[in-house]
Design a binder for this molecule. Sequence first.
Ligand code: SDX
Length: 433
Amino acid sequence: MGKQKNASLSFPDGSTGGNFPVLSGTVGPQAVDIRSMLAETGKVTYDPGFLSTASCRSSITYIDGDKGVLLYRGYPIEQLAAQCDYLEVCYLLLFGELPNKEQKLEFDTKVIRHTMVHDQINNFFRGFRRDAHPMAVLVGTVGALSAFYHDSLDLDNPSHRDISAYRLIAKTPTLAAMAYKYTIGQPFVYPSNSLSYTANFMRMLFGVPAEEYQVNEVLVRALDRIFILHADHEQNASTSTVRLAGSSGANPFACIAAGIACLWGPAHGGANEACLDMLEEIGDVSRVGEYIEKAKDKDSGFRLMGFGHRVYKNYEPRAILMRETCHEVLGELGLENDRLFKLAMELERIALEDDYFVERKLYPNVDFYSGIVQRAMGIPNNMFTCIFALARTVGWIAQWQEMISDPEQKIGRPRQLYTGQAKRDVVPISQRG
Ligand code: SDX
């Protein structure tokens, strides 16, 4: 977007420096372009965790954390979740506009026809222990895909980038379902092109060769909406990982595997599994107060999983939609009195009345309710982050593609504030005390 007046810095010694353009986007905070700062002032900025640092220009997703707004290519998440399916949102994130009927049919067909994986990949699973965490399997097998597609790893070739995008969006659910089947000792269920993307995934997850899988459209719609809610989210940790890996020219399969690895952390996409484990540990509403106090005690090392967010300082729209989905799914399954759901709502109520959480603007995030609804659908806790990963694959790819085609993009190479030893000479070991 257009440049504004330039900014400069004044330093404690009275000197001033820099001539930094102030950039404005469509909406949201302006950015001070400090790329010339080291050259002009001999100083670098210091921003661990990137609290005040924009790493790129992007036109994909926008979050207003204070207002609790989330837009994919300008469309509010609430409207997309209500009116679109996940592959429609994939198309939007990748190409910038919602598809018409013909474009959607062509896109859906192309994705569905790439859901099978090379049969050799089945052998990868045999090397894992049966009790391997499905995320460990997913990181390994998605990264291994690059060993099967030497025909499309030329990043300068748009058609290679394009086919890799389809392959990753289509095959990640297949690999996630295979990871689950392997851990429970059931045979892999091959994808069926006669089903929708999400129904296909549910059949690969829950189907068995011994009987016809019965699709429950209410649950399919609910899981499809969960995919939409997780599809992209600006420059979060895993997306930034994908961009950084991609900035070196690494192939897209390796970059997405890096994003999956980062997402696994409990501070990020692993929070949904950690949240359900926490709810199961709390066990009863009578113990909520004890855990709220633990979460407020810095020395406890305990945090309320599924609460808080770097950007949202209001009740985030995904958590609201996820809670609604909870009600729908539990109602469909006759589990309205689900113990953990009631516990979660009571935990939320008490936390949101507590000054500690109110002062820090800590609200439930997307991970707070997603575990409850997935568990009710029969998805085990250790598969929640795999579901998050397969849904976020399209966002990672859209961001990776945007980075590759950004004329300003360079290899990511942050600087540091060095606090180690100044230069000193080695003393021979015979003379060391
Ligand atoms: C995701 O970035 C994204 O967009 C991510 C994501 C996406 O879609 O990609 O939205 C997905 O990762 C959601 C977040 C899932 N993580 C969790 O639910 C884990 C629990 N939450 C926290 O660990 C934490 O809130 C983070 C990591 C989410 C955000 O951390 P920040 O922004 O670095 O905030 P902070 O750690 O500096 O906390 C600020 C204060 C601190 O207290 P003070 O030092 O000011 O006294 O709030 C406290 C923290 O101790 N705090 C919490 C808390 N989260 C923050 N205290 C108790 N429980 C919590 N959950």
